[in-house]
Design a protein around this ligand. Structure first.
Ligand code: BGC
Length: 270
């Protein structure tokens, strides 16, 4: 069964077919720029354009940079406000004519890192944090995702943490690595005080330059860069889509009525 993973990011919508057993892309990924404004209709079309590059496929996982509950997008911190309460899984599924699961972008990246990357074989509480346009978080207990933690919005120095410590803040304020690492350190100390994870995994584009800032951090918790880098979201989305059979976040196209879409039965998952 071919499963596509598609990652909606601040600057690009990227996708590829994924081998969900090995955690690898089976074809080169295809990318289109994220539409601006990033409203629902335009982004659904961008996702369809990416999916259209890959011939036949049976199921799709899509990441979204906000809270996603039962396939509905609940927040839109860094995308167009039309995503607030949008029935995303249904909209993608109707457009693509296949079952689609939608989950938070950091959760997807974490799923991939925990299954195949830096968090493999780790027990206990593991936290993935992505530093990009915002700060994304994904929390795992013994490998099981606790979705939609949104710890990037903790308060830091009286502000939303992602406004102070995201990679965008570093770029916009032209911060030195030392200065930015100081803010990241304050943030991580706050998170470790609240949750005492066993391991932090850091992802997002800036994790490729981990040698410039990870050694500057003085925190108690072991911290490692993500290993799947750009592809973590795509892989995690596809793995989730594969597992979503029967979960409400995955919208099924009814087999006897092609093109007619209804929410699948089931309880958990998103
Ligand atoms: C959003 C999160 C998302 C993160 C990274 C935050 O602003 O609230 O849902 O995971 O950005 O994209």
């Amino acid at each position: 069964m071919t499963i596509l993973g598609i990652d909606i990011g601040g600057s690009g919508v990227k996708g590829a077919p994924v081998d969900t057993v090995r955690g690898e892309l089976t074809a080169e990924r295809y990318r289109v720029p994220t539409p601006q404004p990033s409203d629902v209709t335009s982004v659904v079309e961008a996702v369809a354009e990416v999916a259209g590059q890959f011939g036949d496929y049976e199921r799709v996982g899509v990441t979204f940079p906000g809270v996603v509950v039962d396939g509905v997008t609940r927040t839109a911190a860094n995308v167009d406000r039309s995503w607030l309460e949008a029935p995303a899984a249904r909209l993608f599924s109707e457009r693509l004519g296949r079952p689609v699961s939608v989950l938070n972008d950091a959760d997807a990246a974490g799923v991939a890192e925990v299954a195949f990357g830096a968090g493999r074989d780790e027990r206990g509480l593991v936290m993935m944090l992505t530093f990009g346009t915002g700060i994304g978080s994904a929390l795992f207990l013994d490998g099981t995702l606790i979705p939609n933690t949104e710890l990037g919005h903790l308060e830091l120095d009286g502000k939303d943490a992602e406004l102070r410590a995201s990679d965008r803040a570093r770029e916009q304020e032209d911060l030195s690595w030392e200065k930015w690492a100081g803010r990241v350190q304050d943030y991580l100390r706050h998170v470790e005080m609240l949750l005492s994870p066993r391991l932090f995994i850091v992802g997002g584009g800036v994790s490729k330059k981990a040698d410039k800032w990870l050694p500057l951090l003085e925190i108690r918790t072991p911290i490692v860069p993500a290993t799947l880098l750009n592809n973590a979201g795509i892989i995690g989305a596809a793995v989730t889509a594969e597992q979503a059979d029967g979960h409400p976040g995955a919208v099924q196209v009814e087999a006897d009525r092609p093109g007619v879409v209804g929410a699948a039965a089931g309880r958990s998952g998103n």
